[in-house]
Design a protein around this ligand. Structure first.
Ligand code: 4GX
Length: 232
């Protein structure tokens, strides 16, 4: 699943072009027993299985030796701190990042001695850490220079600015009863910029007001926001 996903889209192209180097390591290759076991029953009893520590330690040692340096080790788990655009940017400047994907009920707690950060992609339970790892890879890759064609679009990405995106339209100008807002057809670029700011701010205020506490707003945006707050 991970191999297939990494062949697609922006990330797939970045790997092809050598901008990104992603290696997949199967923990079963770091086992010593006949059954190549990566999990075992929990001490103390209860349902489910727990991932054994030794295959994980051996895999991390092998990766460290191969890459020559201690990688940043991330564990994807619902117990982690929420993965954000800021975290993605932070990881994008690390020379090596390991994404440890847990299955079953989780990993033996002693593995955490080798983990730098536990990251969660959201409050829901998945059946493995592979999809969260792919989510992290995608968001991090976009910050690697050259991966996204247009640097401008990364810098202006709504979440990099801390606000929700403004509405987008393309042709035709009229679909059924629905028209594209006149301002976007006006050719008045100053007006368009201001309209987009207002829409971004209005949406953020309505849907994610907590984002406004840490958003970097310019003078014009602060003025628009004050006006929007007076209107509600
Ligand atoms: N955001 N899962 C990890 C197994 C597990 C449990 C505990 C380590 C500790 C998830 C998420 C997520 C399901 C991935 C349980 N591994 N990961 N897995 N939401 O639901 O990151």
């Amino acid at each position: 699943m991970v191999e297939a996903a990494l062949r697609e889209g922006v990330v797939g192209r970045a790997i092809e072009r050598g901008l990104l180097d992603v290696a997949i390591h199967d923990l079963r290759n770091f086992t010593a027993d006949r059954h190549r076991s990566v999990d075992d029953v929990p001490y103390g009893g209860g349902p489910g299985m727990v991932m054994k520590p030794e295959p994980i330690f051996k895999a991390l040692d092998a990766i460290e030796a191969r890459r020559g340096g201690r990688p940043t080790v991330l564990l994807t788990t619902p117990q982690g701190a929420r993965f954000t655009q800021a975290a993605a940017e932070r990881y994008s400047s690390r020379p090596n990042v390991v994404l440890l994907c847990g299955r079953y009920e989780g990993v033996d707690e002693r593995v955490l001695s080798r983990v730098d950060e536990e990251v969660s992609i959201g409050d829901y339970v998945l059946s493995g850490g592979e999809l969260p790892a792919l989510v992290v890879i995608d968001a991090v890759a976009r910050f690697v220079p050259g991966v996204v064609g247009d640097d401008q679009s990364v810098a202006e990405d709504s979440f990099s600015r801390g606000l929700l995106d403004f509405p987008h339209y393309t042709r035709p100008a009229v679909v059924g009863a629905e028209r594209v807002p006149d301002v976007l057809l006006s050719g008045n670029h100053a007006e368009i910029r201001r309209w987009r700011k207002r829409e971004s701010l209005a949406r953020t205020l309505a849907r994610r007001p907590e984002l406004l506490e840490s958003a970097a707003l310019d003078d014009e945006e602060r003025a628009i926001l004050e006006e929007l707050k007076r209107l509600v």
